[in-house]
Design a binder for this molecule. Sequence first.
Ligand code: FMN
Length: 361
Amino acid sequence: MKSLFDRTQLSNISLKNRFIRSATWEELADKKGHMTKELFKVYENLADGGIGALITGYAFVTKDEQPNPGMMGIYNDSFIEEYRALTDMVHKYDTQIILQIAYGGSQTNFDLGKRIIWGPSSVENSVTKVIPDEMTKEEIKVLIKAFADGGLRAKKAGFDGVQLHGAHGYLLSQFLNPYYNRRNDQYGGSIENRSRIIFEIYEAVREKVGKDFPILIKVNCGDFMDNGLTLEESLYTSKKLSEMGIDGIEISGGCASSKPNEGPVRIKVNSKEKESYFKEHARRIASEVDTPIILVGGNRSIDVMDEILNNTDIEYFSLCRPLLCEPHLINRWAKGDTTKAKCVSCNKCFEVVGKTCIFNR
Ligand SMILES: Cc1cc2nc3c(=O)[nH]c(=O)nc-3n(C[C@H](O)[C@H](O)[C@H](O)COP(=O)(O)O)c2cc1C
């Protein structure tokens, strides 16, 4: 029988348990995306809390594109040294750390009018009303290189891997989404074409970081909106990435344009049935894909995760809001207090700089 506390190997990453902190934008980096003392402390507290690996908040790969304030950056070499201090610190706790890299796009309300915002097509975002510039093929090349450079910087800074943010309605997820991607060149149309930018980014990052450095991706199992990505299509993208050699796939779902409470960060996860809300989708993907699958979204109870671990091919569980509420949750569980996470999934954490739980103030 598998245990949530097994030590396992996810590609070249040795994990002391099967729990991962899912990427969380803390809003604590400075204006240019650099580390602050507060942000460093957040990671130290999490590393001390027993988690197997931490995925950072999404870090922007091009200097001028930041969908939210206080995000971490990775757009030039000036970040390498400060992130080296971060990774060295986290490793002292026998915790691993993965940098999530991203490009935002039209799902933003931040600094509008001051920057160029790219999209697969010039389609108005249904929530923010931002109309992005349709990317030219030259711009796609620039973006691919920016991801690859970001990946290499992550390696140089001592991260244990890099995660491409392909989920939640940000640019790469919009390429996968037929509502937002109306292109009729090789980057639009069929799911093969809509996934192409992700495949090219994966290849470009791999080329730079070499075969031994773990590359993961976070993808949607579906967009939960009219004319969004479907499970079957998502399965295609994951299978192909798996064949190409990706090291881990984190399954999430939804975006700001999703139907009410069908986005990535669902509220009122107040019964065991509602927990681990992408489990059926992830179960299907895990059964057909030969790469470790990480399930995110509403993981709250040890027994629910234990059941999934032992009855599906899902190997890892990542958590975001429960760790904003209880950064030492995994230690609590490891020590035998296995009552479920205290997080009530109210999403009030979004309203606070630092993204801490309002009930802890
Ligand atoms: C405050 C906050 C910030 C988040 N930032 C990111 C992010 O930077 N990248 C990302 O992929 N997901 C981000 N997410 C989504 C989480 O990683 C996760 O997919 C979602 O919260 C569902 O998991 P949970 O039920 O454990 O919170 C964020 C969620 C919250 C609440």
